[in-house]
Ligand binder design. Structure first.
Ligand SMILES: [Zn+2]
Length: 406
């Protein structure tokens, strides 16, 4: 039943078909792929897609390109849990995909089968694409407190992310490995993860729906004057984000294992300011104190999950402008010439930075120049320049076919 407005917390969401819907216009063009329910206790995106599809169908003949909506973890959605055997959003690396493709089905767990099917659906879509490919990955958080976007900071993705008036979180990929977002991003798919609110809150469906309308216009499927929903969508997201800075960077996260007995103290929200030394959670070892001041993100208020919380810190949008200028003007290439910086042999885009020499600028500068941190070991910092982070890719990205190989 399309348009069901309420999520019944603790109950599952039945999805008959992984392809929730596919609409294509008469003219070839971009593909917008919406993915929902990669975590089974986050069905808001599925409901939002079910709302948008009928309204969009009337405009299908006018569309340029197509919209394809996919459901993520069908088995976990059915039972309303984050996952059945393992987190479906942590194994999208080239190595894991290769082993997954080779493993006999008899040895696989529930999420292996989900991942293979989802991968197949995405690759089928890539195999028939004629234009740019955009991805919108819809999630919700266990804690309350609004909406935000997460993306890999290359110029084309930042352009796309900037069209959604919600706080932009930079640098998650340095802390969390193997997300679907990261895989898609490194293959030239312009991708954004939207965290639409708290699991189970009806507003999360509204915000996810708003994000889909914005994505339809931003990806160029329909001109803005044919999407009257988009003005209200922008207004809605801007209103719900009014109390939060526009740009924040990840500082660190708290890793946990099931045996830690991690327990977040009650009452924390996304973006809540916290002070260094504040006790925000407990585990077997006692109280967990904040290592630095900033704002809390994604405090864990559910049983399943390996990240206790994240700390983010605001940075000025002025630096976003500086960074865009540096990258577009080609200054990123000059980074290799800086003192204390050397290229990693055999790679095109990795550098080792000697923090003893380059200590005043190392990490922040390389972030501005479009590099991500791979490793921080002793006095060395290993950074890699993100793919497609050049001005020319803002006019178009290479079209991927198969995922998992560089
Ligand atoms: Zn999620």
């Amino acid at each position: 039943m399309p348009g069901s407005g309420v999520i019944d917390a603790g109950r599952g969401t039945t999805v008959e078909d992984r392809v929730l819907g596919a609409l294509g216009g008469a003219r070839p063009g971009p593909t917008l792929m919406c993915v929902a329910g990669v975590h089974g206790n986050e069905p808001a995106g599925v409901h939002a897609i079910r709302r948008v599809l009928p309204a969009l169908r009337e405009r299908e003949p006018e569309m340029t390109g197509r919209l394809v909506a996919l459901a993520g973890n069908l088995g976990a959605l059915e039972v309303g849990r984050r996952y059945v055997d393992r987190d479906l959003n942590r194994a999208w690396t080239g190595a894991r995909l290769s082993s997954l493709r080779l493993r006999p089905l008899s040895e696989s767990v529930a999420e292996d089968r989900e991942q293979l099917e989802l991968l197949g659906a995405i690759e089928e879509l890539l195999g028939t694409t004629t234009g740019a490919v955009y991805a919108l990955d819809l999630h919700t958080t266990s804690g309350p407190g609004g909406v935000f976007s997460v993306f890999t900071d290359s110029l084309p993705q930042r352009d796309f992310a900037a069209t959604f008036p919600v706080p932009m979180i930079f640098g998650l990929e340095e802390l969390v490995d193997g997300t679907l977002l990261n895989l898609l991003s490194t293959h030239g798919i312009v991708s954004l993860t939207l965290e639409a609110g708290q699991h189970g809150e009806p507003e999360a469906i509204d915000r996810a729906e708003a994000a889909i309308w914005i994505a339809i216009v931003s990806a160029g499927l329909l001109p803005e004057d044919r999407v009257p929903e988009v003005a209200a969508a922008r207004e809605r997201l801007a209103r719900d984000s009014a109390h939060v800075p526009r740009a924040l960077e990840m500082r660190y996260k708290w890793d946990l294992r099931p045996e830690d007995a991690f327990l977040m103290k009650p009452g924390y929200r996304n973006f809540q300011p916290v002070a260094r030394g504040e006790a925000v959670a407990t585990d077997r070892a006692g109280e967990i104190l904040m290592r630095e001041s900033g704002r809390l993100l994604m405090p864990l208020y559910q049983e399943q999950g390996e990240d206790g919380f994240f700390l983010v810190r605001e940075f000025s949008t002025f630096w976003m402008g500086v960074s865009r200028f540096l990258r577009q003007s080609g200054a990123s290439g000059l980074a290799y010439l800086l003192p204390g910086v050397r290229r990693v042999p055999g790679t095109e885009n990795e550098v080792v930075v000697d923090k003893r020499i380059a200590r005043f600028f190392a990490r922040q500068l390389f972030h501005l120049l479009g590099f991500r941190q791979l490793e921080d070991a002793g006095h060395q910092l290993v950074m890699r320049r993100r793919r497609f982070d050049e001005g020319r890719y803002r006019r178009g990205l290479p079209r991927p076919r198969r995922l998992g190989q560089d």
